[in-house]
Every structure is written in C-alpha cells, then in structure tokens.
Design a protein around this ligand. Structure first.
Ligand SMILES: [Zn+2]
Length: 512
C-alpha cells in the first residue's frame, strides 16, 4: 500500500515538473520568436511579377570591373540568370526584353557582408528594394539554408552566404540554455565536440564557421584548425580571451568588425595603463603607433575585414538622444517584434533600448560616456585608414538586424556614407560593396562581367561622383529578374503594411 502511494506521488511530481519545464520552455520560445520576427506577417511575394530574362539593357553607363571608372553607352545582355554579353555596338537578339537605360549608371548588385536574418522573411525584400542582391548571414539557422535554396530556385530574394550558428565555449548556464532553446548560439565545452561541430556545420551546407567573442584559446585554435582542414572559412569575432598575436597565428580568415582589433588594443593598453578612456589621447596615440603594423599583419594573412562603422557611430546617439535618432532611420520597415522587444529581451524604443542609459543623468558621467564612445570610434577610424593603406581586402557590412538601430537594406547606404566621411574614395567603397565581397564569398558576383550572376542595379546618377547616389535606384535585377522602381515601391509598401498589421506598439512619434 505504502509503495503504491509513493509511486503515485512520485508520478504526480514528475508530471508536475515536466509540465512546469515545458511551460517555461514554451514561454521563452514564444517571446524569443516574437523578437526574432517569427510572428511578423509575411509579405506574399507572389503578388510581385518581375520581368524574367532574357533581358537587354541598352545605352548604359557601366561600372568597370574594378569599380573605378565608367564605360559609356554599353549594352548588357542577360540570359539564364547570367551576364551573357557586354559591348558598345551590339545588336540585341530577338526575344529579349529591352530596357533603354538612357545613360543611367549600371553597377553590380550591392553586397551587405554582415547581416542577421533571424525569422522574418520580409527582410529579404528590404535588401532587394535597397539594391542589395547578396547578403552575408553571420549567425545562421537551419531555416536560412532553406531560404537560400528557395531563392536559388527562383523565389524573390538576395543570394545568401550563410555562416554557421555562433560557436561559444562558456561555462555558464545561460550559454547552455541558449544552445538548447535559441540554437543561433551553440556552446561547445570540449575540443572534440567543437571539432565535430565544424564538420557537422560544413556537411549541413553552411558556407563558413562563425566564431564568437567567448571562446577559450584551446577551443578557438581547435575550431580554426579544424575549419582549415575541412576547407571552410572560420570567421567572426576575436575572443576576448585572445590577443592579436593569437589572431595572426590562427587560421581565422575574416574579422566581422574592425572593433575586434580595437577591442584587443583596449585590452592590451589596459594591461599597463589605466583603462583607456581615462587618458584618451594617450590611448589614441598608442592605436596610431600600432595601426600600420597590425594592418601589415592582416594583409600578410590575407584576412578580410568588415568595418560596421556606422553602427558604432550611432551608439552615442542611441545612448543620449534616442527619440531623435529613431526619427532619422526608417523604423517603419523594421521587424516590429524586435522594435518592441518582449518579456525576455530588449527592443529599440526609449525605455528598453540596450544602448540607452536613462539613469545616467549626472553631467560628469554623461561626459565620460560620450568620451568613451567617441574614443572607440576614433580608434576604429585610425585602423580602417591603416587597413586601406596596406591594401587589406575590406568588405562592407552593417550588422543589420544584429544590433539596435540597424535596419536591413537601408543601413548599407549609411555605412557607405560613413566610409566616405572617413576618407575612403568612392571607388574603394564600391569595390568593398561589390567585387571584394564576391571574391570573399568565392562566388561569381560583384562584377559586370560575362559569366557573372545577373545581379545589377541601375542608378539615376553616378556613384563614383557621390556615393549617396547608390540610394538613387531606378531598377534592380536579381537572379535574372527585373524589378522596376514601381515594383520596388510596392515591395516597400507591402513590408510596411505587413509590419503595421503585426505591430503592438504605436511608433508614429518616430516616423517623419
Ligand atoms: Zn553581427
């Protein structure tokens, strides 16, 4: 009798615990999904009917393959999703849809090499509407592999390069739970498990292995070594537990932010001096002294670097002047889930933005905060200029949908303008946003050349004269499909309306 009742109560307790755990899991999953955009209404792409190839673009001013000059009055033929022919005196064969470019400027589709897709497919349309025909997903999830395949087979969207989920090796409960629930971050406590994961990610079809900021030296070197053996790029962050010397020794082939370098410099400076922002001039002198040597090492390693500088320029604005900053971005197009945040995660709006610090009202501490951000950005400028001078391969990236304030598609044009403000030439910026990205992704993209993918943007004005002309878009051709300005406007309106219907918090005060 007694045993029976013990068994009964044990059973009830187990059922109760299981129900609690399942409930907690579902609760977290629901709220995480909301932020990732899984609950945002998806725009039905079948309502758009792009013109399919064969297409002929006549009388175009074509950007040269080195992105530094214009070839006047060219005809470009597109067939089977590829550039078929380019020439000045060409007769257009029969059956081609002819677009008279009327001396407008034809450039390769732009590439944002550092973005995060998460779970709202609407982002794919924002890239196209902004002239971006290829994206680099930096924290991949398995459904992104399906999206990539659908697009290859003709669905409307940019080509996607997909890095694996972000690999960490932390010893805390949060990292373990993230591995289980969120899956975008996966934790590997042992060398064997980390090496196996590299092989598994490669066989799943990921294009690269994503390294996080939290990898022990042992696991970091195991991952980068295994990636090299498996001939897959190891890319991303430089762990906070590593130095630049470790980076030079490793097989890592790309840095996802210039700030990976400056953060390593902050750590090195902090070892002998008080924290870097107490004596900003001395710290910046140190960065200047180190910059050329670092750039030479990065060049020797043939490492690719993404700047993501605009994001870092906005952080002080988001910290001190958030309502006005939000008015300067196209907030209505951003997945409302993340704008609003949820019970388990912050959003972008005043009161829950992760860069904002409303408690900080003391003038002296506000001044120090502003100085910290300004110093960080100044250090990044120094490094970017040094990297360019040494001829390091830079690719343009924004961290769209990965950090507060960075909206898919629109943000790339902000990044290009920031690079121009730092002093890069328009040709250097266009190279970074087109051909360099194609070379890095090892794909035939980023050049208007025979055999390359038919991903093109027709601009109303010359981007070599003013880089902001990349925003002045007349036509986008992606995967051999042509979208007119009217199509692009309809796409943008559809995303905005789908977002508005999914919105729980009114954002009208931030829309200008
Ligand atoms: Zn990122």
């Amino acid at each position: 009798m007694k045993t029976k009742s013990i068994l009964k109560w044990t059973g009830i307790t187990l059922i109760f615990i299981t129900a609690c755990l399942t409930g907690t899991f579902l609760y977290f999953n629901h709220h995480i999904d909301h932020v990732l955009g899984a609950h945002t209404e998806v725009v039905d792409i079948s309502q758009f009917s792009p013109i399919s190839d064969p297409i002929a673009i006549t009388h175009a001013n074509v950007l040269s393959t080195n992105a530094d000059s214009i070839l006047a009055n060219q005809t470009v033929l597109i067939r089977d999703k590829k550039i078929e022919a380019i020439g000045a005196d060409m007769v257009v064969p029969e059956g081609y849809h002819v677009v008279n470019a009327n001396r407008k400027f034809l450039i390769p589709g732009l590439v944002d090499s550092h973005i995060h897709l998460k779970k709202s497919k609407n982002d794919l349309l924002l890239y196209l509407a902004n002239g971006i025909t290829h994206i680099g997903e930096m924290t991949g999830m398995e459904h992104h592999l399906d999206w990539r395949q659908e697009i290859k087979e003709g669905a409307l969207g940019p080509g996607i390069y997909i890095a694996s989920p972000k690999m960490t090796s932390e010893k805390n409960l949060r990292a373990t739970l993230r591995s289980r629930v969120e899956k975008r971050h996966q934790n590997f406590p042992t060398v064997e498990k980390a090496r196996k994961a590299v092989r598994d990610f490669k066989s799943l079809g990921y294009d690269a292995i994503k390294l996080s900021s939290f990898l022990t030296p042992e696991i970091y070197f195991a991952i980068t070594d295994e990636a090299s053996k498996q001939e897959i790029d190891a890319i991303g962050h430089l762990s906070v537990w590593l130095t630049l010397e470790d980076l030079y020794k490793s097989e890592q082939s790309q840095l996802a932010h210039v700030s990976e370098i400056t953060k390593a410099l902050e750590r090195a400076f902090g070892e002998t001096k008080p924290v870097y922002y107490i004596n900003t001039e001395e710290y910046l002198e140190y960065v200047r002294a180190e910059a050329d040597g670092i750039a030479r090492k990065i060049k020797e390693k043939d490492m690719v670097v993404v700047a993501t500088i605009w994001l870092h320029e906005t952080i002080a604005l988001q910290d001190f002047d958030l309502p006005n900053f939000l008015k300067t971005i196209e907030l209505e197009y951003m997945n409302p889930g993340w704008v609003e945040g949820s019970a388990v995660s912050r959003g972008w709006l005043p009161g829950n933005n992760s860069y904002e610090n409303p408690e900080n009202t003391d003038p002296e501490s506000m001044r120090l905060d502003a100085l910290v951000w300004d110093t960080k950005v100044q250090a990044e400028y120094i490094i970017i200029r040094a990297l360019m001078q040494q001829g390091v391969k830079m690719v343009t990236g924004t961290d769209a949908n990965g950090a507060d304030g960075v909206i898919p598609g629109f943000s790339l044009h902000e990044e290009l303008r920031s690079l121009s403000n730092i002093g890069l030439s328009n040709a250097e910026i266009l190279q970074s946003a087109t051909k360099n990205a194609g070379e890095w992704m090892k794909q035939p993209i980023g050049k208007i050349e025979v055999g390359y993918e038919a991903d093109l943007v027709l601009l109303n004005a010359n981007p070599l004269e003013d880089i902001s002309n990349t925003k002045n878009i007349n036509t986008v051709i992606t995967n051999g499909q042509l979208l007119t300005r009217q199509d692009l406007n309809r796409i943008l309106l559809s995303v905005k309306e789908a977002n508005d219907r999914s919105r729980k918090v009114n954002i009208n005060e931030f829309i200008e």
